[in-house]
Design a protein around this ligand. Structure first.
Ligand code: HEM
Length: 441
């Protein structure tokens, strides 16, 4: 069986126009053409998996559908051989070493760090004065991973560099490689951002190692478990460097974007806002017990990652001839799996375009994102290692903000998705108004 080519391809450039101009609409239409749809841009071609069943098959067999393809080839330019981008042959060893830093026992320590950073950023908000919500959420999530002593200017530069790199990954995976070496301003910006990130990560690692104390944050955990210790082999210096950079890229933008979208959605749903505020009363969000009481905040975050999965599409490469849903896929085929495509289908979620947090009521453990047709955190052996960390952080951020502030959209503002690897709002400025308990202005 041959996969159908998605409509709208133009000679030479293929589907470049819809992918650049209206990527999400284009993706939403693909299931109408089959469970495996061919998309092409210039000389590259990929098969997009549109059904939940085939997506599970791809994710469960990470040896045959290995990390690779247009997107991962570009992610590796920055993330190197870190946990997100490493191939199957290196994955299990890396995951074994990294996993303990996400152990449930460490979460209360991380919650303290998160709370402190949220307080710090919210401390600058003033009643009625518009804020750049997206930038502030990025500051919180970056600060929960980086040393508290890092100067604000360095932190701001890092965040900007991460944005440049994440947007660059998407462009570079679509455009021909021969453009890489052309001294275009975009290429120069991308390389400068990469270099700065590498340099700062080297300094941060050196700083942590020299201080020899557990700061109770994620980087301390990562270094403690991944450095060779007590005669046990760990990761090499180069691997640790890739790992830290990977964590920053994978863990900062994702969570920040989820909370930004959540605040935007909640502002348009006063009843949810009122209920969130009532739930947050008396819950500090610094213990596991606190988290288990934030069920609505959890449901809002799950519904947000369903509607706006931070990573809307990801690639794999087949490592041998194989079959998928009755189709023959030769060795070296690029396959795209898309949380966005599956999560917007009525077959899996009733009224898929509606924001309905209560659909998640009673679904799964409080701190474990459910599986089923929710692929926002991936699946199989390559499932997000930071899923609980990210979910907890997003819940606490949302709950703390709605407890203290009523977030109002600015009149006339239009919130549109950005063109980056991570699906965030292009800009999101909102006006915080001091909240009255139980009320919603
Ligand atoms: C709401 C927040 C987050 C979302 C939606 C998310 C989403 C994802 C997705 C979809 C994958 C799978 C990628 C693939 O299949 O190719 C993934 C993997 C990964 N994520 Fe997350 N992520 C989030 C937060 C985090 C955080 C906070 C961290 C770290 C602190 C993190 C670190 C990673 C790593 C290291 C992997 C690779 C896991 C492996 O291959 O073993 N993520 N994430």
């Amino acid at each position: 069986m041959t996969a159908v080519v998605a409509p709208g391809a133009l000679p030479l450039i293929g589907h470049l126009v819809p992918l650049v101009h209206n990527r999400l609409e284009f993706l939403r239409e693909l299931p109408a053409y089959g469970d495996l749809v061919r998309v092409r841009v210039g000389p590259w071609q990929a098969l997009v998996v549109t059904s939940a069943e085939l997506t599970h098959q791809v994710l469960q067999d990470d040896r045959t559908f290995d990390k690779g393809g247009y997107l991962y080839d570009r992610i590796r330019e920055t993330g190197g051989n870190g946990l997100v981008s490493c191939a199957h042959r290196d994955h299990r060893r890396q995951r074994r070493l990294v996993q303990p830093s996400f152990h449930r026992d460490r979460l209360p320590g991380y919650l303290q760090v998160m709370s402190k950073q949220i307080d710090e950023v919210l401390g600058h908000w003033r009643d009625g004065r518009a804020v750049d919500v997206h930038a502030d959420m990025q500051t919180v999530t970056a600060r929960t991973m980086l040393p508290s002593g890092l100067p604000s200017s360095v932190m701001a530069q890092m965040i900007e560099d991460m944005n440049v790199v994440l947007a660059g990954v998407v462009w570079r995976s679509i455009l021909p490689r021969r453009l890489d070496k052309v001294p275009l301003p975009a290429n120069r910006r991308y390389h400068r951002a990469q270099e700065r990130l590498r340099r700062i990560v080297t300094e941060v690692i050196a700083d942590y190692r020299s201080s020899d104390t557990d700061h109770a944050d994620l980087l301390s955990g990562l270094l403690a478990f991944c450095d060779p210790h007590d005669g046990a082999p760990g990761l090499s210096d180069a691997e640790i460097h890739d790992q830290v950079l990977t964590f920053l890229l994978a863990g900062t933008e994702t969570t920040a974007n989820v909370v930004s979208w959540a605040l935007h959605l909640v502002a348009r749903n006063p009843d949810i806002e009122r209920r969130l505020r009532a739930e947050a009363a008396g819950v500090a969000g610094t213990t596991l017990d606190d988290l288990s009481r934030l069920t609505l905040a959890r449901n809002v975050i799950l519904e947000t990652v369903r509607l706006f999965p931070p990573v809307p599409l990801l690639t794999r490469i087949t490592t041998k001839d194989t079959r998928l849903g009755g189709h023959f896929l030769p060795d070296g085929t690029t396959v795209v799996y898309s949380p966005y495509v599956v999560q917007h289908q009525g077959a899996h979620f009733a009224d898929p375009e509606d924001f309905r947090p209560d659909r998640w009521d009673g679904d799964g453990e409080p701190l474990r994102p459910p599986r089923g047709a929710l692929f926002a955190f991936g699946g199989g052996a390559r499932r997000c290692v930071g899923d609980t960390f990210g979910l907890a952080e997003a819940m606490v951020m949302l709950s703390t903000i709605t407890h203290r502030w009523s977030m109002r959209s600015l009149p006339g503002s239009r919130v549109r998705p950005a063109q980056s690897l991570v699906l965030g709002p292009r800009t999101l400025r909102m006006r915080p108004q001091a909240a009255t308990p139980g009320a919603c202005s």
